[in-house]
Design a protein around this ligand. Sequence first.
Ligand SMILES: [Zn+2]
Length: 321
Amino acid sequence: MTREVVWDHGVSLPGHRIWLDPLVVRNFAFISHAHTDHARRHKEALLTPQTLALIPEARRPRGWRMLGYRETMRRGEGTVTLYSAGHMLGSAQLHFEHEGASLLYTGDIKLRQPGGVTTFVPKADVLIVESTYGRPHFRFGDPDSTVEAIARWCRRALDSRVTPVLLCHALGKTEEIMLALAPYGFEFALEKRCAPCARDYALAGRSLPDWVELDGGPVTGRVVIAPPVGKDEIRRLGRYRTALVSGWAKDAEFARLFGADATFDLSDHCDFDELMEVVERSGADQVYTVHGYTEDFARYLRKRGVRAWALELNEQLALAL
Ligand SMILES: [Zn+2]
């Protein structure tokens, strides 16, 4: 059997005929979550039922094998188990075991959850971890305190008859922030790109607090949510104030690009310390980084004595499982 991992437009376990979030169409591929950069029309995809429900029709795989969290399936001579990745509804980590050796692929992952809960990271010999925020200046505040600060900011704006506008990614972030703010009693108005995602989220099993679609009419008393780019509809709101809700809030240059009045470092990805914690919790002695600051994060890991490499695009890399 082949005991290697290969990078070729995505991670592959070639001896086991499985691709992890490949960027091109494959026969059998694991789709870790529904963000469009991961969804392709594969012949057959392994995914959670929620991920399938959230993938837009045009990007759906042609066939699928659904697996819930902590459910196991055979793949050739190995076993696959999915675990929640805490990144968005349906997001999953894939754990692969074969002849006593194991590999964990995190996909996009978030460790710190609201209410002080931490995403479970299973043990593995080899870890393939995302490194979106793999530089040490990405250190985010406690999520619960940040949500509280966002709620205070929205309330202050509404009290002074100004519309608070939260700039959030349409799928996942928008819905999670609505849920996080629900206990504060806000009502929402969603920009047209966020609205279909909110509908799909509800259909996939997570019901959301009251919202209407932004239609050019007045939205008095509501918190508006819109994607960070393309603010045409927002400019029609009259008096408004914007806040970027993203891990990129920690990057002054990037935050400036969006020209928001305020920034909140609430992210659905791990910050630098959380990424370190994922590596530690996995217990892996071999680590590969994908997405974002792959080289930097691998270098920081090596400084701490972990054998780590970046899995780069265009690089064919074989390694022992
Ligand atoms: Zn994602």
